[in-house]
Write a protein that binds this ligand. Structure first.
Ligand SMILES: [Zn+2]
Length: 81
């Protein structure tokens, strides 16, 4: 699974977030997401997804799933609840 951060309208690697505080939060969120859903593949197409973190805090992750279809996105959303 690929994890990106939406930063000022661009998708960047969590390591490339320029703000040091935000970067730490996003890197932790990316790690958490990778641990929890990194191995999920689409049950129909056997592809993996890209997760785009839009906002992260210690309490909440706000993200989009880019994948082949809704089934993959649903599986990831369900696993991250
Ligand atoms: Zn699919």
């Amino acid at each position: 699974m690929l994890i990106k951060v939406l930063w000022n309208g661009r998708e960047v690697d969590p390591k490339e977030v320029p703000d040091i505080v935000q970067r730490a939060i996003y890197e932790e969120a990316a790690q958490l997401a990778q641990d929890r859903v990194g191995r999920i593949r689409c049950p129909k197409h056997n592809t993996s997804a890209t997760l785009v973190l839009k906002k992260a805090s210690a309490q909440k992750l706000d993200f989009d799933v880019r994948g082949c279809c809704d089934e993959l996105a649903d599986a990831i959303h369900a696993a991250l609840k």
